[in-house]
Ligand binder design. Structure first.
Ligand code: GUN
Length: 294
């Protein structure tokens, strides 16, 4: 079988055009522009590149964005003060503090300081709890993007077996929760594998949908996937590549060449899940702006 390529770039473009219109209508109706603050501490090149992607995406759809770039030496206290200032700023409806933070800053302390009503990452325990019990809340962007990718490509999850490899708070755990929910875009049977799972292939071979979110290139090989499975690759690891101008290429967690011969559909890296993550951040920012006037 030659897998259908699930094109995240194209889908993100379609969704962003929809949002552009939604924001224009919202502005007309409420005289309010949704606003997002993105906080970057330090100079990690991958983080800086994500943040710049977020800024461009905001500009494209008409979201006001405020970028806060600070040196790695920024103190935890100063960062907490900045978060509090953003919590109070009426022009800002969503706050995203780019992770990872430098070692001297307690990540939890910072994430928990964000007003849950502005927590467009969906990382605050209040929103995590809301998601867990199926309340309408901010869903974390990457798992929400994966759900959209499946839905909008007509891939049913109801009564399907979704096997997730990876249990991070960013992807694996929230995706398991989302896929378990009692609604037509979920209703899946979910298995979560992780670094201590014995024989991951034993589980992934039973999957209708495999989601690889481990962060290690080529972990999911062709022998681990059954014929006709749908494969979603969340990994983005920079791998040295002297043939590239910038000296590296991005690699997913899946052996794309071999697995795409067996799967019915597969996401590429780059251009798969990545563009949808930012798109769902825009979605959450619009949601936060709507909530602010309710
Ligand atoms: N770093 C990598 N992914 C994410 C994300 O989704 N949100 C934040 N805040 N930081 C990240």
């Amino acid at each position: 079988m030659n897998a259908k390529i699930l094109d995240g770039k194209q889908l993100a473009q379609t969704m962003r055009e929809e949002m552009k219109q939604e924001i224009a209508d919202f502005q007309k109706q409420h005289n309010l522009t949704p606003g997002l603050a993105v906080v970057l501490v330090g100079e990690d090149p991958a983080s800086a590149s994500y943040v710049s992607g977020k800024r461009k995406a905001c500009a494209h759809v008409g979201i006001y964005s405020r970028e806060e770039n600070h040196p790695a030496s920024m103190s935890e206290d100063d960062l907490l003060k900045l978060v509090e200032e953003l919590n109070q700023d009426p022009k800002i409806h969503g706050i995203l503090v780019q992770l990872p933070l430098p070692d001297h800053i307690d990540e939890k302390k910072v994430l928990y300081a964000i007003d849950p009503a502005k927590d467009v990452d969906g990382f605050h325990p209040f929103n995590v709890g809301q998601m867990m019990i199926g309340e309408d809340t901010f869903l974390p962007c990457t798992p929400h993007g994966i759900q959209q990718m499946l839905m909008r490509n007509g891939i049913e999850t109801a009564s399907k077996h979704v096997v997730i490899v990876g249990r991070s708070n960013l992807v694996g755990r929230p995706l398991a929760n989302i896929m378990l929910q009692k609604n037509t875009n979920a209703n899946a049977t979910v298995t979560v594998c992780h670094s201590r799972t014995k024989d991951i292939g034993h589980y992934t071979r039973q999957a209708d949908i495999v989601v690889a979110a481990i962060g290690r290139p080529n972990t999911i090989t062709a022998d681990m996937v059954s014929d006709g499975a749908v494969v979603i690759d969340v990994g983005v690891t920079r791998v040295d590549d002297a043939t590239k101008k910038n000296g590296y290429r991005l690699s997913g967690d899946v052996d794309f060449e071999a697995v795409s011969q067996k799967a019915s559909a597969i996401t590429p890296v780059p251009g798969g899940v990545g563009p949808l993550t930012i798109t769902m951040l825009l979605h959450n920012t619009i949601k936060a702006a709507r909530k602010s006037i309710q």
